[in-house]
Design a protein around this ligand. Structure first.
Ligand SMILES: [Zn+2]
Length: 85
């Protein structure tokens, strides 16, 4: 498969994605691992199959309802204001 953005070669990968729910959920942020995707070598464009998208939507629904996670990690938080414009 070729990238629709830049035309470079896409590679099958298993990725981790970050989801931000903020006020929609008791769990404002989550990482989702083991996500199959096609990722562009050149520009990083990431494409999911319709099945993966449906599964991600179902998982997001469960996360928003407070489903327990397999593990929790600490994540550093940065502000762009720390870099002068
Ligand atoms: Zn690309």
């Amino acid at each position: 498969m070729k990238c629709l953005i830049c035309g470079s070669r896409m590679e099958e990968k298993t990725v981790t994605i970050a989801r931000i729910y903020e006020r929609q959920s008791d769990i404002p942020y989550a990482l989702i691992t083991d996500v199959p995707a096609e990722v562009c070598h050149q520009c990083g464009e990431t494409v999911y199959t319709a099945d993966v998208v449906a599964r991600l939507q179902e998982l997001s629904k469960r996360i928003k309802k407070g489903a327990p996670s397999a593990k929790t990690v600490e994540v550093p938080v940065y502000s762009l204001d720390d870099v002068a414009s």
